[in-house]
Design a protein around this ligand. Structure first.
Ligand code: CP
Ligand code: NVA
Length: 299
């Protein structure tokens, strides 16, 4: 049974195939409109979502299928039914499970149901985001391999999946994070073992110098709201403002997974810049997820 819990679960060839299919679906939006007719995706959310929820829901609808939004608190899960028992039951009704969870381990527990499980964000990874990121880079830069992305800020779930994507696509990464907020060493090591070129620094300017793309994410992720004030001080030198963005290549693009905290990790001038591609990046969530669903459901 194939799942999508991490970019690393899939080979470079499989990721390339997904991106090809996504580009084809984007170019021909009405295609495959009945491919998932009668198929249902269960979507469990332990945290809020705009893009992930709506892109999967709309994507399923465009392919003729149905998506069910299941807030974890409204399920018996919220009253103590186990993750495994929930998965076993959902698998009797539906064809795949998407889940956004606090604890990445809950995704492994969902796989006992026997239908494909998709990671819609965990504390550790955000692989659906990374698929959209690399498709967006390819659209704007013409290729992925050899392109240098400077990622600034928290070495979080989004950063981790970008590192994984580097291992599978040949993207080069320069990560600038403050001490104690670096990406996890095991994730870095696995990507470097896979041949990825990843530089780690604490210096934002050094990372951005001449880069083809500048990427940032929020300083306090969902569930870290009580650390927000402290993080705002620690991460201030990593804010992507016009001066910092100007250190990148003259044709550099700006990326952000969104939602953005304007004025914190990125200024209005940069997120609204002519070379900001964040709306394309958000749109590409849907095209890559449609490709993912078609592949996982064998349609
Ligand atoms: N980028 C992303 O996953 O956005 P949502 O939290 O809105 O789903
Ligand atoms: N790192 C952020 C990403 C949101 C899409 C979070 O986990 O909240």
């Amino acid at each position: 049974m194939k799942h999508f819990l991490s970019i690393m679960d899939w080979t470079a060839g499989e990721i390339a195939g997904l991106l090809e299919l996504a580009a084809e679906l984007k170019a021909n939006r009405g295609s495959r409109r009945d491919a998932l007719r009668g198929r249902t995706l269960a979507m469990i959310f332990q945290k809020p979502s705009t893009r992930t929820r709506v892109s999967f829901e709309a994507g399923m609808a465009q392919l003729g299928g149905t998506a069910l939004h299941l807030a974890a608190a409204d399920l018996q899960l919220g009253r103590g039914e186990t993750v495994e028992d929930t998965a076993r039951v959902l698998a009797r009704y539906t064809d795949a499970i998407l889940a956004r969870v606090f604890d990445h381990h809950d995704l492994d527990r969902l796989t006992v149901g026997g239908v494909p499980v998709v990671n819609g964000l965990s504390d550790r990874l955000h692989p659906c985001q990374a698929l959209a990121d690399v498709l967006t880079i390819r659209e704007h830069k013409g290729k992925i391999e050899g392109i240098t992305v400077a990622y600034l800020g928290d070495g979080n779930n989004v950063c981790h999946s970008l590192i994984n994507a580097a291992a599978r696509t040949g993207l080069n990464l320069r990560i600038a994070a403050p001490p104690r907020f670096e990406p996890y060493p095991d994730i870095l090591a696995a990507a470097r073992d896979g041949g990825a070129e990843i530089e780690l620094t604490t210096d934002a300017v050094e990372a951005v110098q001449g880069a083809d793309a500048v990427y940032t994410d929020v300083w306090a992720s969902m569930g870290q709201e009580d650390e927000a004030a402290q993080r705002r001080e620690i991460f201030a030198p990593y804010r992507v403002d016009e001066d910092l963005f100007a250190q990148a290549a003259p044709d550099a693009i700006f990326l952000h997974c969104l939602p953005a905290h304007r004025g914190d990790e990125v200024t209005d001038a940069v997120i609204d810049h002519a070379r900001s591609v964040v709306w394309d990046q958000a749109e590409n969530r849907m095209h890559t997820e449609k490709a993912l669903l078609l592949t996982l459901l064998g349609a």
